[in-house]
Every structure is written in structure tokens, then in C-alpha cells.
Design a protein around this ligand. Structure first.
Ligand code: 2M8
Length: 445
């Protein structure tokens, strides 16, 4: 291992320790002082490389916020933290839904279901460590397993859209790619009502330039959707009737497919054959839905605006969803990898490093500085390397990992990066970026 590599690993481990409250890992030191659902899973993956007990604790504390209906909320709030808006007082989830726990306070929507991927990585790290840690971790996974199954059942029951098979989201935040241009058309139909309570944004105070964050108009619509969700008691049935934002998300569905495969494997090892069959069935249905939404013209998967039936064809990173779902037909896989490494994506000549930006530089909506509209997100690069390795494309995965480690070598471990200049953007010391770096650097496989 080179000294630079060791230094970066130490820096990443330091960031994860510094962002810890002792119970949870804050998604970022100031911008996001609470626990986010998919951040927690990625953080647990990074932690597994250095501290297995903390990796387990990370998911345990997240699942302490699980709702009675199985939903894992997109934020579990730290009562001691301040400085984030919209906080628990805005959501008031337990007041509007009997499904929500009184404590800890949580948001009322969910996030991408990457948790079974994290459990799989933690189990692998524990198996490599062997001995007592391995035994403890296997016991822990058996204990967490029913909660994971309840989460997956919630998604299959409440969120699978009957017409498309895609999982339905009622807020762009549920996708994790908040202001991505993939949602521009459906958001155009969200009208911020006159009765919207006055609010003060806090996020822009924590970044170098407000241009790196969503606009005030975006936030009005975000808040409008929170208001709608509260009025519907966060109930999917009601939101399907009246929600002004309803999309079938190919990336979320693909993540669900991959996570169901892994959870089915765990069910098998725990001798729960009926669960294993049920989960394998969810995986097959989700995967088929993703593959059915690959657009012949672009080769990318397209989300669907469920209120209009319109396919959303903007070239965003979510279009690579079939790679994440895995087990795609060979021709689809080859086309996607050629696209990913080609001039519309990681092979674009203007890029600082050959890494796929969140929106193609060739798309009219591309904005290299603004959040999910163009910058490179290292955690997403990690997800792609994980998927490529899973499908046996180890060389493509290694090239992305190496380029990403170059990108991270200044030690900022930022939330996202300018694709052309390589400048760090958003929050410095973002936990999931540190976690991705650690997993890449200390990977034993
Ligand atoms: C971002 O989202 C939050 C809202 O949930 C925000 O902007 O305030 C997204 O990047 C999301 O994917 C991520 O989980 C969260 C914390 O890192 O930040």
C-alpha cells in the first residue's frame, strides 16, 4: 500500500469517527447532522472495514426508527442536533400517522433500500475477520433479518405500481437524487399552495455557494409535498389518489431487486425457504420492471411519471439502473457498459477524471455545479463499482475505483465534485464519501 493510500484511509476513518455521535453517524458534520437511511447503509459498509461493532450499531440505530408498517424512514432525527431544516417539528410524523414511532422522531417518507447490500458486505467483512466477530455478526444479522423483511414487504405491498411494476415515490427526496433533472417534468406539476408555512432554509449556509444546492422554488415544492404527505397521514393508498408527485423510479426499483436477491440468500442461510421464495419473487418482478423500461433510443432506463404515464428520458445516472439490478441480458449489459465508459458519460473529453457525472454532460439540463444535476457523486460511483463487480465486469469496476480514488486524493472527501474542474462541492467530510473510500482502500477481495 502506498503512503498516500494509507493517509487517505486514515483520513476517511477519522471523518467517520468525527461524524459519529456515539450512536449514529451524521451524514455530514454540519449540513446533515442526523442519520439518513441510505447514508447509514453506505456508512456501515465503510465502517465494516475498520470497526465491525460500529457497522452493526449504525444499522441497529437506523432500524430503531422503523415504522410499524415496515417503512424505514429517510431520516432518523438526532434529538441533540440542530441546524437542519426541515426537522422533526416540520414532519411531526407520529402526530400524523399511527405507524410512526413516538421516539426516535423520524421523517415520513423513505429512501433507497440499500440496507441488505450493507448487511451482505458486513457479513463478508466479519467472515474475513473470523472468530468471535464473525459469530457475533451472524447472530446480529439473524436478529436484524425480520426487520429487513418487513421493510421489503412494505415496499412490495405499498409501493409497487400495478401498471409498471416500478416502485412508486411520492417525494423526490425518496429517490435520494433530490433535484435531478429526471424529476423536472413531474415537479412542474407540483404547485406550492398559498397556505405553505413560512420557512427559513438552513442548507445554503453550509456550502460555499447557493448555486450548489436546489433553488428556493424547488424547496417550495419539496415542502408542498411534505404538507400533502402529512395530510394523507403518510398513507400510500391516499397519496396514490391525491399526491401531486407520483413517479415510478427505475433506480430505486433496481436497488430493491439487488437487495431482494441478497436478502433471499440470507433467508436461505437462516433456513426460511418460504421467505427466500417470496424475496426471490420480489427481485424477479422488480428486475423485469426495470428491464422493461430501457429506452431503445438512448439505451438508458427511463423513470415514469405515473400521473401522466410519460417516460422520463433525461440522461441521468439513474438510467444505468439495469446494471445495479444485475442479471441483465448480455446485450443490454454490453450496451450499458459501452455507454457508461463512452463520450456521453465517463469518456466525455471535458472531464477531469473519467467518472460518470450525475447527469450526462451532453444533456441540456447538465449543470456541473448544482447538486444532482451534474456533479460526480463518489458514493454513486461506489454503487456502480459494486454492481460491476457483481456482474463480473471487474476491469470496468477497477477503472472507476482508481479514478475515484484519484478524485478523493486531496482528502476533502466531499459530498460531490465538479466533473470538469475536479473541485470539491457541497459538504466537506461527507460520511458516505469517506465510507466509499475506506471500502475501496481496505477491500480484501
Ligand atoms: C440529500 O438530501 C437531503 C434531503 O433528504 C437534503 O438535501 O437535505 C441527498 O443527497 C440524499 O440522497 C442524502 O441521503 C442526504 C444526506 O446525505 O442529502
Amino acid at each position: 500500500m502506498m503512503t498516500g493510500t494509507l493517509t487517505l484511509a486514515a483520513r476517511a476513518a477519522y471523518i467517520l469517527r468525527d461524524n459519529s455521535t456515539g450512536l449514529i453517524t451524521r451524514a455530514a458534520p454540519a449540513l446533515y447532522p442526523h442519520q439518513w437511511s441510505w447514508d447509514a447503509a453506505f456508512n456501515a459498509i465503510g465502517l465494516a472495514a475498520v470497526d465491525l461493532p460500529r457497522a452493526r450499531l449504525e444499522l441497529d440505530s437506523l432500524f430503531s426508527g422503523q415504522w410499524r408498517n415496515g417503512m424505514v424512514p429517510h431520516i432518523v432525527f438526532d434529538p441533540a442536533a440542530d441546524g437542519y431544516w426541515p426537522g422533526p417539528g416540520c414532519w411531526q410524523s407520529a402526530r400524523f400517522s399511527e405507524e410512526a414511532p413516538e421516539s426516535p422522531a423520524t421523517s415520513g417518507i423513505c429512501g433507497p433500500p440499500v440496507h441488505a447490500i450493507a448487511v451482505d458486505r458486513i457479513l463478508a467483512a466479519a467472515a474475513a475477520a473470523g472468530g468471535r466477530e464473525d459469530e457475533l455478526t451472524r447472530g446480529w444479522a439473524a436478529h436484524l433479518y425480520p426487520k429487513l423483511v418487513a421493510w421489503h414487504r412494505f415496499l412490495a405491498r405499498d409501493r409497487a405500481d400495478k401498471a409498471t411494476g416500478l416502485l412508486t415515490l411520492f417525494h423526490g427526496w425518496e429517490s435520494g437524487t433530490d433535484n435531478s433533472p429526471r424529476w423536472d417534468a413531474p415537479y412542474a406539476g407540483v404547485v406550492a399552495g398559498a397556505g405553505l408555512p413560512a420557512y427559513v432554509r438552513k442548507d445554503t449556509a453550509h456550502v460555499a455557494s447557493a448555486a450548489q444546492r436546489p433553488t428556493d422554488g424547488d424547496y417550495d415544492r419539496y415542502l408542498q409535498l411534505v404538507e400533502e404527505a402529512r395530510q394523507a397521514g403518510f398513507d400510500a393508498g391516499l397519496l396514490r389518489e391525491c399526491g401531486s408527485f407520483q413517479v415510478g423510479d427505475v433506480l430505486f426499483t433496481a436497488i430493491f431487486a439487488a437487495a431482494c436477491d441478497l436478502l433471499a440468500g440470507l433467508a436461505g442461510r437462516l433456513r426460511k425457504p418460504d421467505d427466500a421464495d417470496e424475496l426471490a419473487d420480489y427481485a424477479a418482478q422488480a428486475r423485469a420492471a426495470v428491464f422493461c423500461h430501457v429506452d431503445e433510443a438512448t439505451g438508458l432506463a427511463a423513470d415514469v411519471d405515473l400521473r401522466t404515464g410519460q417516460w422520463l428520458r433525461t440522461e441521468t445516472i439513474a438510467g444505468f439502473a439495469p446494471l445495479i439490478a444485475g442479471r441483465m441480458p448480455g446485450a443490454m449489459r454490453r450496451r450499458l457498459i459501452a455507454l457508461l465508459t463512452g463520450p456521453r458519460w465517463a469518456g466525455h473529453p471535458g472531464l477531469r477524471w473519467p467518472l460518470p457525472p450525475s447527469t450526462s454532460p451532453c444533456a441540456p439540463a447538465f449543470d456541473p455545479e448544482c447538486y444532482w444535476r451534474g456533479p460526480v457523486w463518489p458514493v454513486f460511483t461506489w454503487l456502480l463499482t459494486w454492481a460491476l463487480r457483481r456482474s463480473g465486469d471487474t476491469q470496468a469496476a477497477a477503472r472507476l475505483r482508481d479514478a475515484s480514488l484519484q478524485q478523493l486524493s486531496d482528502g476533502t472527501l466531499a459530498e460531490y465534485y465538479h466533473p470538469m474542474t475536479g473541485a470539491p462541492l457541497g459538504s466537506p467530510g461527507q460520511s458516505w464519501t469517506a465510507a466509499a473510500a475506506l471500502d475501496w482502500l481496505l477491500d480484501q477481495e
